[in-house]
Design a protein around this ligand. Structure first.
Ligand SMILES: Cc1ncc(C[n+]2csc(CCOP(=O)(O)OP(=O)(O)O)c2C)c(N)n1
Ligand SMILES: [Mg+2]
Length: 337
């Protein structure tokens, strides 16, 4: 049951690699645009950007199939885009407009898509983890082979509810992958200052849950680990822990002055480990793509992001009549398939 580290590099086609480049770039440019709109006062409230962490969701989603589920924290825009939600609907929700995924009444931390099996968007640190185990329970109960990805951070990993969830998930062999996105900080507190045992991938061992440490700046390493974890869960062997080591370039949220780390630390990570630049280099050195090919993708992504921002600005604010709607669920489906 010993946890171990990922080492070997997986084989991947040029087409797949270009796909990951595209998906990561979409998240990066979308988040940059969200940052701009926030600065212009078009987005209010909390807004936690995912810049730097793109390889985590893109690599993990590469091993999913229709029916698989995902649930995460407030740092959630990347997860939505990676599972195929429409950038327009996400951006319009950020600006609080009726064209948004929660009709403009949820904002950055409270978006859902039943169609894409995305279950939020949760502002309470760690709360999504037991809910994720519940989603996995429902699939196990229904007898299908779907898998749930329950994402949480290094800070959340020190919470008690995580270990209550580990116990029950292991006891009932639930098909849930616990993804610890270790971006090395919880708000302004570094992992060093908050965590007695830094190897978070071993945290499931006491419950008999296998764990693996993954380089979260390398999309191919993430994809390989995801395939392994998914195969484990789909075959009925119960939960799995992935500690994906990553880094956020921006502050915790838009209001964070980031005084707890040096500029050099961030700059070094950007220059030496950037997940998008790594794929770009592989594409170019392997002659899988030319500079022109990549420029064409960049242009395309920019157009998608600009279009989402235009949509978000033009979409009307929710009508006052909507103030008391969508509070209680009505006609909830009893489907069992
Ligand atoms: C129960 C609870 N406690 C405290 C907070 C305030 N809070 C918001 S984010 C955060 C840090 C979480 O860090 P981490 O789990 O590493 O996730 P990251 O923000 O790095 O993605 C804290 C303490 C909260 N939202 N909920
Ligand atoms: Mg963190």
């Amino acid at each position: 049951m010993a946890a171990k580290k990922t080492s070997k590099k997986p084989n991947v086609s040029a087409e797949e690699l270009l796909g990951y480049y595209r998906e990561m770039l979409l998240i990066r440019r979308f988040e940059e645009k969200a940052g701009q709109l926030y600065g212009m006062g078009l987005i209010g409230g909390f807004c936690h950007l995912y810049i730097g962490q793109e390889a985590v969701v893109v690599g993990l989603e590469a091993a999913t199939k229709e029916g698989d589920k995902r649930i995460t924290s407030y740092r959630d825009h990347g997860h939505m885009l990676a599972c195929g939600m429409d950038p327009k609907g996400v951006m319009a929700e950020l600006t609080g407009r009726s064209g948004g995924y929660s009709a403009g009444k949820g904002g950055s931390m409270h978006m859902f898509s039943a169609e894409k099996h995305f279950y939020g968007g949760h502002g309470i640190v760690g709360a999504q983890v037991p809910l994720g185990a519940g989603l996995a329970f429902s699939d196990k109960y229904k007898g299908n082979d779907n898998v749930t990805f329950a994402y949480f951070g290094d800070g959340a990993a020190n919470q008690g509810q995580i270990y209550e969830t580990f116990n029950m998930a292991a006891l009932w062999d639930l098909p849930v992958i616990f993804v610890i996105e270790n971006n090395q900080y919880a708000m302004g507190t570094s992992q060093e200052r908050s965590t007695s045992t830094p190897d978070l991938y071993t945290r499931g061992e006491a419950f008999g849950i296998k764990g693996e440490l993954v380089d979260g700046m390398n999309v191919l390493a993430v994809k390989e680990a995801s395939e392994k974890a998914v195969a484990h869960c789909r075959s009925g062997k119960g939960p799995y822990v992935l500690e994906v080591k990553t880094y956020r370039y921006r502050g915790h949220s838009m209001s964070d002055p980031a005084k707890y780390r040096s500029r050099d630390e961030v700059q070094k990570m950007r220059e030496e480990r950037d997940p998008i630049e790594q794929v770009k280099a592989t594409l170019l050195t392997g002659k899988h793509a030319t500079e022109e090919d990549l420029k064409a993708i960049d242009k395309d992504i920019k157009a998608i992001v600009n279009e989402s921002a235009e949509f978000a600005k033009e979409s009307p604010e929710p009508h006052l009549d909507e103030l008391w709607t969508d509070i209680y669920a009505e006609n909830t489906s009893q489907e069992t398939a």
